[in-house]
Structure formats: C-alpha cells, structure tokens
Write a protein that binds this ligand. Structure first.
Ligand SMILES: [Zn+2]
Length: 384
C-alpha cells in the first residue's frame, strides 16, 4: 500500500495525525512506514525533513521503491495512531530557498538560455551552477528581476500534466520523464519539473540575494540566499560592518575604502620600521667584539632580521664564529650564530651543554634561545 503524500496536497502541513503501518528494525535504525505523511523525502536537490512521530525523532526520510521510509532511532507501534510534527522552520527556509532558486534559474534561462546544471542547498546557503558565464552586472540584473517577481506575489501553480499535455509544454527539466511529471509553474517566470515542496506565492520567499560567484566548468557557480537565510546573512554582515565602522570612525558604506587606506598606511609604517631596524643593526655592526677570534654582539631588543643582518656581516670577517645574543640575564637570550668554516652541529651541542640553549638551523647558521648570563656568553666564546 502506498503512503498518501500530504506534502504534495499541501506543502504547508506542519502537523498531522496518521497510523503507523509498519516498523522494521534495520542496521542501526528503524524504518517506519506511515499511512499518510507530510514528511518530504529527499529529492530535487532538497534534503529530507526531520521531525517527530509521537515522541520518536525522525532523523531522515527517503523514498525506497515507491515507499516513503521514515528513519528513527526508537521503534513505533504498528497499527497505532500518532500525532506527527515536522521541523517546520527548517522546511520553510528550504521552501523559500528552493522556490527562490526556481525564480533565478527560470530568469537566467529566459534571458540567456543557460541551464541550471547543478543545485546544492544546505542550512547555510544555496549554490546554482549555470552552463554559461555571467558577469556581476548581469547577476545584479537577475537579482533585481527575481525580487520584482517576489514583490508581484505571483502564484506557484503545481500540477501533473498527462503525456499529451506534457508534450506541448515547454519546461525546464533535468530528467527525460514522461510519467508522473510534477510541474512547478511560477506564472510568467518559470516552468520546471520538480518533486519538492514549494511556497504558494512568491511573496513568501521574502528576498533573494545573489552573493559570490565563481567560474565553474565553462559556466558559473552562484551562491544564493533567500528568505530567512538572507536575513540572517544581512544581520551578521551588519554586525561586522558596524564593528569596523566604529573601529575606523567612518560611515558603514565607506568601510572598504577606509580599511584599504588603513591597510596601505600600515604597510608603509611596517616598511619604515623595517628600514629603521636595519639602520640600527647596521650601526651596531661596529660594536661586534672580538672574543678569542669570534665576533660577538650582546645586545637587547633585537629581532631576527636585525640579528641576521649583523651575524652575516660578522661571518665575512672571521675564521671562527659570528654571533648576536639579544636579551638580558633575567629573561634569557635569543641568538643567531654563523660561521663560514666551523662545524655548527658541534657548536649546537656545546651551546646546549654550557649555555642552556636550544637551537636549530642549517647552511652554517643556527638560531635559538638560551637561558644564561652575559658573563657566561663571554666565557663561552673565550673557550670555544
Ligand atoms: Zn526544484
């Protein structure tokens, strides 16, 4: 016996009473068949509904050999009447987005002749793949027209034409079906074969926003949000825009220009600071002290760039080690040591033993940290 599909009769049924026909234990779940159901099984790019049969949670619904299977973790009693409830907020958001997708795909098809060749819808956003390229300006126009179709509050007409009617019907479809083809017609905008629940009037979609788009297999992939998803997106972006506008003390519509300027200014400051640090390092090259043939600078406030600059300079002037230690006796020292002639692996071991240091590196240069004192560093180079 086939389950009566309430979602075809009325896509707005959120709650209903029905009898459980069968409940079969399967691997990791129960497969429940109901006398009638408003639970939409997966199809047409739209995920299945979830909800409750009595107190039993339905986590997935699918169609299997013409039967609608409600997957549950707990069993229900065969033959018993149940009050059922679908997760309506999620379903309605999907209806808004799926119906919105039909409007956009229909308009693109009408205007440019491109087909929707891929449709993905999840809790966050929708993507539509078109088999032709579109520019931002063209997408903006489509977005305007799609929203105008919402303002006009157009009827969605849903019907199952017979074979003869179907032959004469010009409609979008991914499948070449001839039987039980369910047509979703948005008057004056689109005619398309689809098995999913839709809104009754376009006004219920609320708003359609086309977001990012990327080139995809010779066409474009467009990210879309409609209805409550679009509102949520706007709310989130508003919060971000407000935060940045307060931070930079500019109007919200100027945050890009202001951020770009801030970023460029920061780059200039960084460049200036880098040049300043190098000038300090260049000056300090003269302060390298000869300790038993090694050239050593013990200083504070140096970063890696500065240390390397001085060490490279020193390495050209000595047969032994060129070293910079930056820090103080209380907090320890960062160091960079280089040599054109000496075995750095051996030095690494000695630093670890005598200067309580850890370091690594290659190509005749090591760098690391050492918990030691200025005097111990001087003694170390006297002996090494
Ligand atoms: Zn559809």
């Amino acid at each position: 016996m086939q389950t009566q599909r309430l979602y075809y009769e009325d896509s707005y049924i959120k709650e209903f009473k029905t009898k459980a026909i069968s409940c079969e234990k399967r691997d990791g779940f129960y497969a429940v068949i109901l006398d009638k159901t408003a639970f939409f099984p997966e199809g047409g790019g739209q995920k299945s509904d979830s909800g409750y049969i009595g107190d039993v949670f339905v986590f997935e619904v699918l169609e299997e050999n013409g039967e609608i299977i409600h997957k549950t973790k707990e069993p229900v009693n065969e033959g018993e009447e149940y009050f059922c409830k679908i997760n309506w907020d999620l379903r309605f958001s999907r209806m808004q987005n799926h119906s919105g997708e039909h409007i956009v795909s229909g308009l693109v098809h009408k205007k440019y002749g491109f087909d929707n060749v891929g449709f993905h819808m999840d809790e966050e956003y929708v993507t539509i793949d078109f088999n032709g390229e579109l520019t931002r300006e063209q997408l903006d126009e489509i977005e305007d027209e799609a929203n105008e179709a919402i303002y006009r509050n157009i009827d969605f007409k849903i019907y199952f034409p017979d074979e003869k009617e179907l032959k004469n019907l010009d409609y979008r479809s991914k499948l070449d079906l001839t039987e039980d083809v369910r047509i979703v017609e948005i008057l004056g905008v689109d005619v398309c074969a689809c098995c999913a629940p839709h809104v009754k009037k376009s006004g219920e979609i609320g708003v359609i926003k086309l977001l990012d788009f990327t080139k995809h297999r010779g066409g474009v992939r467009v990210v879309m949000k409609a209805g409550s998803l679009a509102l949520k997106d706007y709310r989130e972006k508003y919060k971000n825009a407000l935060g940045i506008s307060n931070l930079l003390s500019v109007k919200q519509h100027d945050i890009f220009t202001a951020t770009e300027k801030f970023y460029n200014d920061l780059g200039d400051e960084r460049r200036k600071f880098y040049e300043y640090r190098l000038s300090v390092a260049n000056r300090d090259k003269e302060n390298l002290k000869d300790i038993n043939g090694s050239l050593v600078l013990i200083t504070d406030g140096y970063d890696m760039d500065m240390m390397r600059e001085v060490v490279n300079f020193g390495a050209e002037k000595t047969e032994k080690y060129s070293a910079v230690f930056s820090g103080d006796d209380r907090n320890g020292y960062s160091f960079v040591i280089a040599s054109k002639t000496q075995d750095m692996n051996e030095l690494k071991n000695e630093i670890s033993q005598k200067l309580n240091g850890r370091g690594g590196g290659r190509d005749g240069m090591i760098q690391g940290k050492s918990v030691t004192t200025k005097q111990d560093i001087i003694n170390f180079f006297k002996e090494v």
